[in-house]
Design a protein around this ligand. Structure first.
Ligand code: NAD
Ligand code: UDP
Ligand code: UDP
Length: 323
């Protein structure tokens, strides 16, 4: 018998998952981190392992898992194009088989389950900004499809479990989020630019840099996920979570160079296939339903993220392993 509320975080050793685990421990929960360390790392959770209510389970969620929990946050899935395209079949599997297993677990336990979905379900949108009602413009046979279609299918599964089995579901459509513990080699724009600027290497802007993104700091996103989980059972989402402030990639490059006071120059490289031209969340629903909006400015968030990458580089320099 356990007395504390037990929260299961699949993908708990990843970037977002590790921040969630940390928050739940601070809030006095029993935390079960389930991860196969595909893109996550022990370093992300090293500061938590001596906490008495923290438990790590090395497990691949594409296989069944029989365990007890009151709430499930399903985050397990490589998130950056470099990582999810490395083994695209596994990416579809984690979204489809993995979601079925986590939903089967939630169904057996009558536990609430939250899905970390993504703005990628909108594909390269023809509507801007994207409300939840927009059905998307996704290429089903491109290099991003394993992720985009995998996440779309996961949403379908969540809603079918909800309709068929009355499973209590919550779906968050997460837009670009950044912060400490991002993977240094994930090829994402913020980690790339900061690492390049800290090393004095050229800043790689893809295309002409006029494409836009909106960046949400991790603490804002974590607060939103917890708020969503705590909504009444009839609130299922999907609900957009992100920061609506929009920047061009060129503006971001300039800001990173300025904050680091770096000597790096900007170089232009080819735009990857299916790279969305604009992306910005419409968070009207999140404001209404969760009473939430992001608080951390890009500048403040970047400063904290830069400090993290500086420490990482200094650990690398001193020969410490990053595993
Ligand atoms: P991440 O790669 O740091 O975390 C994913 C975690 O899942 C890693 O720890 C990885 O080892 C684990 N994992 C992968 N496959 C697994 C499997 N089969 N079994 C168990 N664990 C597995 O990525 P992140 O940025 O923290 O993303 C977390 C979730 O949020 C993902 O589902 C991602 O799609 C979603 N998301 C993230 C963003 C973002 O901007 N970071 C945006 C939209 C959606
Ligand atoms: N499952 C799991 N843990 C559980 C319950 C189920 O991993 O505690 C898995 C199980 O392997 C199954 C999947 O979840 O393949 C879906 O379960 P569900 O009960 O919905 O379907 P069924 O077992 O009837 O196929
Ligand atoms: N990008 C870039 N240089 C980089 C990495 C990314 O110009 O070194 C661009 C990329 O082409 C895209 C944007 O930055 O237009 C955001 O890319 P990211 O992979 O971070 O996220 P996503 O495309 O999933 O929003």
């Amino acid at each position: 018998m356990h007395l504390l509320k037990r929260v299961l975080v699949s993908g708990g050793a990843g970037f977002l998952g590790s921040h969630l685990c940390e928050k739940f421990l601070q809030d006095g929960y029993d935390v079960l981190c389930v991860d196969n360390f595909y893109t996550g790392s022990k370093r992300n959770i090293a500061h938590l392992i001596n906490e008495p209510y923290f438990e790590i389970c090395r497990h691949d969620i594409t296989f069944p898992l029989y365990i007890e929990a009151d709430e499930i946050y399903n985050l397990a899935c490589p998130a950056s194009p470099i990582h999810y395209q490395n083994d695209p079949v596994q990416t579809t599997k984690v979204n489809v088989h993995g979601s079925i297993n986590m939903l089967g677990l939630a169904k057996r336990l009558n536990a609430k389950i939250l899905q970390a979905s993504t703005s990628e379900v909108y594909g390269d949108p023809s509507v801007h900004p994207q409300p939840e009602s927009y059905r998307g413009n996704v290429n089903c046979i491109g290099p991003r499809s394993c992720y985009d279609e995998g996440k779309r299918c996961a949403e379908t599964l969540f809603f079918d479990y909800h309709r068929q089995h009355k499973t209590k579901i919550k779906i968050a459509r997460i837009f670009n989020t950044y912060g400490p513990r991002m993977h240094p080699n994930d090829g994402r724009v913020i980690s790339n630019f900061i690492m390049q600027a800290l090393r004095g290497k050229p800043i790689s802007v893809y295309g002409d840099g006029s494409q836009t993104r909106s960046f949400c700091y991790v603490s804002d996103l974590v607060n939103a996920l917890v708020r969503l989980m705590n909504t009444p059972d009839d609130v299922t989402g999907p609900i957009n979570l992100g920061n609506p402030q929009e920047f061009t990639i060129l503006e971001l490059a300039t800001k990173v160079i300025e904050l680091i006071n770096s000597k790096s120059e900007i170089v232009f490289k080819p735009l990857p296939a299916d790279d969305p031209k604009q992306r910005k969340p419409d968070i009207t629903l999140a404001r209404q339903v969760l009473g939430w909006e992001p608080k951390v400015s890009l500048e403040k968030g970047l400063i904290k993220t830069i400090t993290f990458f500086e420490e990482l580089l200094s650990d690398l320099g001193s020969g410490k392993t990053l595993i």
